[in-house]
Design a protein around this ligand. Structure first.
Ligand code: C2E
Ligand code: MG
Ligand code: MG
Length: 714
């Protein structure tokens, strides 16, 4: 079976792919052009020599005779022009038509003269065999002319025509080789002409080996049958010593030529296969480059490119266009609940739904559950509502919501990346806002957006120029109300924007992964403040520092803490590390290692905003915190909501029962403070005891006894 397959392949019986066919045709036709060029020059030289030797004839008289130089010359000319047109080297159609027609006319003239001379000389009948080369040339030039008229004008190529032309050309070459060599033999010369022509033909026929082998075989056999009587004669004259050797050489030549054509053919097929693989790989790369691998719709790269083209297109009225950013809210919970596979399937069906709703528009998946669209302003929102109703209507226990941000391009130069950023920002402003599902970027949004950009671009300068300040908020013992610590809270006092509170810059810095710069600056300021107070002989209280979960990814946060207490020589128990509960919910990786190291180093770990997140109790189970900071939302409507005290009471007891101390944030009223004290919450923090303030103010308040520093600080 393997051998049979090999035979089929090697001799070209198999079916080639369309690309391989094209490749073989083109190389064949190109080779034919080279060969024809050599023949053309050779025949031209022969014609000049011949005419020079026999002056005084009329033009056609020179070319009487069956195998004349003009036939081969004309055939070569047609093949060259055809090949150059096929391979697009020659653009002029007229040149090709004129050449082919001229050859056709010349051929007809030679035919007519041949017939006329035969009749005149009294032979009467003209045998087809006698005019075979003129007939082949007729077919050759006619087909070349037809290919020009029928195909090339329509930018089409007919490969069969190319192959037939090559076969016809090879036939003329072989015929001439045979006849010239027979003539040479009769004069006692070599069969060199036959050998040259057979090589020519072999080279132009490499497209299906079995075809060329058949043609070569027939030619060799035919020639041998004509040559044999001469060989025999020669053999007799030389006492039988010629025949054997010449026979062997002749058949060896045949075999070698066959092997050469087979090997060239196979080489070409291999090249074509390699090329084809490369082309396939390239196509795949192109596809991957513009396709989103999860959903199969376009990706952002493609979107940006195409959006740019649309905006630049003068026929597009950009005042009617709008960029949309679509975000599925709460999708993370969907993933948690049903697993990634189901999540992926959901996103894929949603992608198709969006494409359907915005049919004919540019739609792509940006990342995660975010999609982008460039569409007409008209109906943009209505269509998004349609998608939204589907998202909301999906039968599932998870509440999903579709939020859309929109941005109108300012002019044709609008960068789609910026447009998407703006739309995304508008979308982010609808986050967690019930009933607000579609927001277009407007002047208010614009100034907010610029503020964010400003924050990201100026964090380094703010740190260097001291615009980042530490404010301290007092923490008191709930029984004595004496000061037992402070929380360090960042403030950005900016020359352009004025006073910025953390709500404005912390989420932005986290989103752009710059938060560690701010935190490193705060940690250092706190330590420096402590050292200065100690040096001035003033009392100090422990300070809790807010760590972002990103601090552990973006810098060696624990290493920084260790080096700071060494540099400023600060007792370890005067610094507490606060990490918000939401930082610990998923995929915490590096964070859990860091928490262990902080504990080992001897710092107290405080769990911030307990109860604000989704998985508060898991966090308690998985980590060892020293103090639980109960989120201030439990104190909201403390007086009016009768459940609040019950819940707070339970949380405080829970903390106690697992060996944690507790602190309640956001204490604003005496009633709440009193209740918390009774419930057993050790520490309190809130506006009732003081807002976050600069260090000087805190010191003044300690000095004027607004705050009494507790003797017990830890
Ligand atoms: P947090 O760590 O939970 O800080 C407590 C926040 O509650 C502070 O807001 C504080 O001013 C506010 N607060 C305290 N008592 C009361 C009260 O009685 N009523 C009300 N309504 N609010 C009260 P702030 O300073 O705006 O900080 C907000 C959040 O920003 C902080 O929440 C913290 O998560 C983050 N943050 C602040 N400074 C930094 C910092 O230096 N680094 C990092 N990573 N985050 C910081
Ligand atoms: Mg905090
Ligand atoms: Mg807090």
């Amino acid at each position: 079976m393997g051998f049979l397959k090999w035979i089929v392949r090697v001799f070209g019986f198999n079916k080639n792919s369309a690309y391989q066919k094209k490749y073989l045709n083109e190389t064949n036709i190109r080779t034919a052009a080279y060969m024809a060029f050599v023949v053309l020059i050779l025949e031209l030289w022969m014609i000049i020599r011949y005419v020079h030797k026999r002056p005084g004839r009329t033009f056609l008289e020179y070319f009487d005779g069956e195998t004349n130089y003009l036939i081969l010359f004309s055939a070569a000319l047609v093949i060259i022009i055809f090949s150059l047109r096929y391979t697009d080297y020659i653009k002029s159609r007229t040149l090709a038509i004129v050449t082919h027609s001229a050859v056709l006319a010349l051929d007809l003239a030679m035919l007519t003269r041949f017939v006329w001379v035969s009749v005149k000389e009294g032979e009467g009948v003209v045998l087809i065999w006698d005019i075979k080369y003129l007939l082949i040339l007729f077919t050759l030039s006619l087909m070349a002319l037809l290919s020009e008229l029928l195909f090339f004008s329509k930018n089409k190529k007919n490969d069969i025509y190319g192959q037939v032309l090559n076969v016809l050309f090879a036939l003329i070459c072989l015929g001439f080789g045979i006849e010239t060599s027979l003539y040479d033999i009769s004069k006692g010369r070599q069969i060199l002409c036959f050998m040259t022509m057979i090589l020519f033909a072999a080279c132009t026929l490499i497209w299906k080996p079995y075809v060329s082998l058949l043609m070569m075989g027939a030619t060799f056999m035919y020639f041998y049958s004509l040559w044999y009587p001469h060989l025999l004669e020669l053999d007799l004259a030389n006492e039988g010593r010629v025949l054997e050797g010449d026979k062997i050489n002749f058949f060896m030549l045949w075999i070698v030529i066959d092997i050469i054509s087979i090997s060239i053919y196979n080489q070409r097929v291999m090249e074509a296969e390699k090329d084809e693989d490369l082309i396939d790989a390239n196509k795949e790369l192109e596809r991957v480059a513009v396709e989103d691998d999860l959903t199969g719709i376009r990706n952002l790269f493609y979107f940006n490119q195409e959006a740019e083209k649309i905006l630049k297109d003068p026929s597009v009225d950009i005042s009617e266009k709008i960029f949309l950013f679509l975000n599925v809210e709460n999708f993370k919970t969907y993933n948690d609940q049903f697993g990634y596979q189901a999540g992926n399937e959901y996103l894929t069906s949603l992608a198709l739904l969006i494409c359907d709703a915005y049919q004919g528009d540019l739609v792509a998946r940006q990342s995660d559950d975010h999609f982008v669209v460039l569409t007409d302003i008209k109906n943009a929102q209505e269509k998004s509502e349609l998608i939204r109703s589907h998202v909301r209507g999906a039968e599932s226990e998870v509440y999903l919501e579709l939020k859309v941000g929109a941005f109108r391009p300012v002019d044709r130069e609008t960068d789609p990346r910026v447009a998407i950023d703006c739309a995304r920002y508008a979308c982010s402003l609808t986050k967690n806002k019930f009933g607000k599902n579609y927001l277009e970027y407007n002047d208010d949004v614009d100034s907010e957006f610029h503020k964010r950009q400003y924050i990201v671009n100026h964090i380094d300068r703010a740190v260097q120029n001291g615009y980042i300040k530490v404010y301290y908020q007092p923490v008191v013992w709930s029984d004595s109300k004496e000061l037992c610590g402070c929380e360090a809270l960042a403030r950005w006092i900016d020359p352009t924007y004025g006073f910025l509170s953390p709500g404005a810059f912390i989420p932005v810095l986290e989103e752009y992964r710059q938060i560690h710069k701010l935190d490193a600056c705060i940690f250092e300021q706190v330590c420096r403040d402590m050292r200065e107070s100690m040096d001035a002989g003033q009392k100090i209280v422990p300070v809790s520092l807010n760590f972002s979960r990103l601090d552990f990814e973006l810098m060696d946060a624990v290493g920084l803490l260790e080096s700071l207490i060494e540099k400023y020589d600060i007792p370890k128990d005067y610094l507490h590390v606060e990490i918000t509960e939401s930082a610990l919910t998923d995929n915490i990786g590096i964070l859990s290692e860091s928490i262990k190291r902080i504990k080992q180093d001897g710092f107290a770990m405080w769990l911030d905003d307990f109860g604000a997140g989704y998985s508060s109790f898991n966090v308690l189970k998985d980590y060892d915190f020293d103090v639980m900071k109960i989120d201030m939302q439990f104190l909201k409507n403390f007086e009016s909501n009768e459940k609040s005290p019950v819940i707070l009471d339970a949380i405080i007891k829970l903390a106690d029962s697992i060996g944690m101390l507790s602190l309640t944030e956001g204490v604003e009223t005496e009633e709440a403070a009193e209740f918390l004290n009774k419930a057993g919450c050790g520490r309190l923090q809130g506006y009732l005891f003081g807002k976050p303030m600069p260090l000087d103010e805190l010191k003044e308040k300690i000095a004027d006894n607004t705050y009494r520093v507790s003797a017990k600080l830890i």
